[in-house]
Design a protein around this ligand. Structure first.
Ligand SMILES: NC(=O)c1ccc[n+]([C@@H]2O[C@H](COP(=O)([O-])OP(=O)(O)OC[C@H]3O[C@@H](n4cnc5c(N)ncnc54)[C@H](O)[C@@H]3O)[C@@H](O)[C@H]2O)c1
Length: 448
């Protein structure tokens, strides 16, 4: 195995930096007490702390620093990773540290592009939570910064590392459902937490929360604990259900089919239930046209998120092809059913002689079978399941940590991340501007 010294030296040598950098910041530390990738967590909320857990569960990384805008979360990071953990409310102090190889960015969406770019320019590898960017205009600069700095950047839609999705891709590519014509995917929820009504801690105030830093580039407002702890409900910081959940569905779809994005986007929906002051819909339906490519035929995509589904939370895909249907959730199921000709109901409208002639020819090809237990056909259905306690999240972090070591590509680089985030963000544009939006998925640009 490459030693930490070797891989970090190679990493720095291969960086090919063309952005303005301070030389001292551009190179990660060359020595360390151990072989683990030294990670700082920036944004230590629900997902960030989950990322830290999954990252360290790989056995390849160590959390050495944490940055957040709320005291309580920094305190919890020290409780979890030890009182000596370096903590700060200013992420630039993290980027200036030489003992940090990589950062995990678990901040709200409006900070993703800036911290990712700053971190790569400072010589850090980056694991950034999805959606990679808050606005379509933020995408190209992140892609460019990763190319210019040659840092490793993984975007955090973990299902692209899932063995279930790998199996689905293998089945799709082997022609298990024939020629794809349509994909439906959904993520329905029916709980307050599912609808982003996150807990606000009793000590939330402007002494414990750095409201100014939190707001960043967003329009400044008076302190509001809901905006701080339930930021997804506001377009100033979040990206609505499309950036939160459609993006996972785009990532999974693109991974399975090799598609790079739709050319036309239309979304509709409304605020139907969680009318708590939020300025984004809680029900959104998107329609997308995917053009034919070398990887797949032209197909249509329908996405849905409904936060008042009246049933249990459920998320999944249904791929419809000429020869069968593949569903993907926490398992993959393929039902093969190539259509067979059958004597339809109109046969009874023909003359008796014609009916007889048709049925004779038909049964020569498809012999009649008597209904009996031994004649029953086994359903053409195959189901694949992951082992109990399987975690695609740990696999996604493993893929990142291994790439930091090997300098080989990650599974979800900024181009992949932007091609998933782009159509999700265009869904918001379509909804709010009430129009069809055209997208060039190869160039990753809005058309027209
Ligand atoms: N991959 C997944 O399945 C998944 C699941 C949930 C959330 N996410 C993503 O993770 C990100 C975080 O979501 P969350 O639910 O953990 O939010 P959260 O509100 O629980 O945590 C965000 C934290 O970021 C901190 N923060 C804000 N600005 C900061 C800054 N400039 N520097 C340092 N810290 C800052 C806040 O104080 C807060 O503690 C979002 O982008 C979300 O889309 C991904």
């Amino acid at each position: 195995m490459t030693s930490r010294r070797e891989f970090l030296t190679t990493a720095a040598a291969g960086a090919g930096l063309s952005v303005s950098l301070q030389a001292s910041q551009s190179k990660p530390a060359k020595t360390s007490a151990n072989d683990k990738v030294q990670i700082a967590l920036i944004g230590c909320g629900g997902m960030g702390q989950g990322d830290a857990r999954s990252s360290t569960a790989t056995g390849l990384t160590k959390i050495v620093a944490a940055c957040d805008c709320y005291d309580g979360r920094l305190q919890h990071m020290k409780e979890t990773y030890g009182p000596l953990l370096f903590t700060t409310k200013n992420y630039e102090e993290i980027l200036a540290r030489k003992d940090i190889d990589a950062v995990i960015i678990g901040t709200p969406d409006h900070w993703h592009s800036k911290i990712s770019i700053d971190a790569m320019k400072a010589g850090k590898d980056v694991y950034c939570e999805k959606p990679m960017v808050q606005h379509v205009d933020d995408g190209a600069p992140v892609v460019a910064a990763q190319r210019a700095t040659n840092r490793i950047m993984q975007v955090g839609s973990q299902r692209v590392s899932s063995v279930i999705y790998k199996k689905a891709r293998e089945l799709y590519q082997s022609g298990a459902i024939g020629k794809l014509n349509m994909v439906e995917a959904w993520w329905d929820r029916n709980s307050a937490t599912g609808a982003w009504e996150y807990t606000v801690p009793p000590d939330a105030n402007t002494d414990t929360c750095d409201w100014n830093t939190f707001q960043g580039r967003a329009a400044k407002t008076d302190w509001d604990a809901n905006r701080f702890f339930r930021w997804r409900c506001y377009r100033d910081y979040g990206t609505g259900v499309a950036g939160d959940l459609f993006v996972h569905l785009f990532s999974g779809l693109h991974f399975i089919t090799g598609a790079i994005g739709p050319t036309r986007v239309f979304a509709t929906g409304g605020l139907r239930f969680w009318n708590d002051g939020r300025d984004v819909p809680d029900l959104l339906i998107g329609l997308y046209d995917y053009p034919q490519t070398a990887e797949h035929p032209a197909f249509n995509l329908v996405l849905r998120v409904n936060f008042e589904s009246g049933a249990q939370e459920s998320s999944g895909f249904r791929f419809t092809g000429s020869d069968g249907i593949m569903t993907v959730s926490d398992k993959v199921t393929v039902t093969g059913a190539p259509p067979e000709t059958e004597p339809g109901y109109t046969i009874g409208t023909f003359s008796a002689a014609e009916q007889e002639a048709f049925l004779k020819a038909y049964h020569a090809k498809y012999p009649e079978t008597k209904a009996s237990p031994e004649n029953l056909k086994a359903a053409k259905e195959m189901t694949y399941q992951a082992p109990p306690k399987y975690s695609d999240h740990i696999d996604h972090h493993r893929n990142f940590a291994m790439a930091v070591r090997s300098r080989k590509p990650v599974v979800e680089d900024p181009t992949f991340g932007f091609r998933a985030a782009g159509p999700a963000l265009l869904s918001n544009m379509s909804y709010f501007e009430n129009r069809v939006v055209e997208w060039d998925p190869a160039a990753m640009k809005i058309k027209g």
